[in-house]
Design a protein around this ligand. Structure first.
Ligand code: SAM
Ligand code: SF4
Length: 327
């Protein structure tokens, strides 16, 4: 008999999980991880590939269809394509995707594609080297562009570019980024900064609604829906050659249709990006729990999923950085 799916108190079916495979990163984006940060998880607490496979396999039996590998920088986790392949083989999993800062992508693009990863999001906040250095902690623009080229050559399509749009930092570059993505067939996703940690709060919030109105008029864009598009709302060129998404957790939140949970590298499940509710799976996985125990724990965890974030009402509330939960 097929077990009942994971449905929370608000009737939302959970079918998507974002897995932070490491909390470490080779960059220090101004809106994400603070400079000099050292509060990393101990390596002995990192879930092993076998532990991920088991936990995610059980979740897949309960209806998880889509899994995104993220971090920290996921490509810093050794042999990540192997884990991706293990996950892609799990019965029920239809889609394995990756969010990366792109610095190591040239090396791994082919292996990731061969492992079954098909959807790729690459972070790129600017096309100007000195700006990349300022926003992301060092100038890695060349590496990221090489990574993007390798990903295209490996067969990833469409590639999505994630840009955190910040007032007075890179908002004057939005049109350049549109032109860049249009030329290469990339989907651009503009993201509002979320007040996660002091880094997120200080980043220069830019309301994307006026930007959306402007781009719609300037480029003659129309509303569009992208398969697996998640919380982004999309506009596209009428001939379909270009798509831009807007991730607007503050100016227009999307909690009512939230279908996801997040797992941190140590097996802690975070039930909402903007709230503290969590559930620790490592003690169960390492303490001899059988699959039924884990199923019961998953149902308990999902019961804790809050109705919505409160980024607007309580921006001071959280101390967790995005690098812990993978965005
Ligand atoms: N290191 C990878 C990367 O940068 O793509 C994956 C992890 S990163 C935490 C995932 C996404 O979260 C990135 O697109 C990043 O730009 C975004 N992000 C990080 N901190 C953020 C914040 N405070 N507000 C909005 N987006 C943020
Ligand atoms: Fe690293 Fe990604 Fe956070 Fe930037 S956004 S510091 S690349 S985890």
């Amino acid at each position: 008999m097929t077990p009942a799916p994971l449905i929370d108190r608000f009737g939302r079916t959970i079918e998507y999980v974002r897995v932070s495979v490491t909390d470490r990163c080779d960059l220090r984006c101004s809106y994400c991880m603070p400079k000099g940060f050292t509060g990393y998880e101990e390596p002995e607490h990192w879930l092993s590939f076998a532990e991920w496979e088991r936990l995610l396999g059980i979740m897949a039996r309960l209806g998880t269809r889509r899994i995104r590998l993220t971090g920290g920088e996921p490509l810093l986790r050794r042999n990540l394509p192997e884990l991706a392949a293990q996950i892609a083989r799990l019965p029920g999993v239809e889609d394995v995707s990756l969010s990366t800062n792109g610095t190591q992508l040239a090396k791994h693009a082919r292996a990731l594609f061969d492992a079954g990863v098909r959807r790729l999001n690459v972070s790129l906040d600017s096309l100007r080297p000195e700006r990349v250095a300022k926003i992301n902690g060092r100038d890695v623009l060349g590496q990221v562009l090489e990574g993007l080229a390798a990903a295209g050559a490996a067969g990833f399509a469409p590639i999505k570019i994630n840009t955190v749009a910040m007032a007075g930092v890179n908002d004057d570059e939005i049109d350049d980024l549109v032109a860049y993505c249009l030329e290469r067939g990339y989907v651009l996703r503009l993201i509002e900064t979320m007040p996660l940690g002091d880094t997120g709060r200080r980043a220069g919030f830019l309301d994307l609604q006026p930007v959306k109105t402007r781009l719609r008029q300037q480029f003659g864009l129309v509303d569009a829906v992208l398969p697996g598009g998640g919380p982004a709302r999309y506009l596209a060129a009428p001939d379909g050659r270009f798509t831009v998404g807007f991730i607007t957790p503050l100016s227009q939140h999307f909690c009512a249709t939230c279908n996801r949970v997040r797992l941190a590298v140590d097996g802690t499940m975070y039930l909402c990006l903007g709230q503290e509710e969590k559930f620790e799976f490592r003690p169960l996985l390492r303490g001899g729990a059988d699959d039924d125990d884990i199923v019961a724990a998953l149902r308990l965890a999902i019961e804790r999923k809050p109705e919505r974030h409160e980024f607007r009402e309580k921006p001071e509330k959280l101390i967790r950085f995005m690098s812990m939960t993978g965005g």
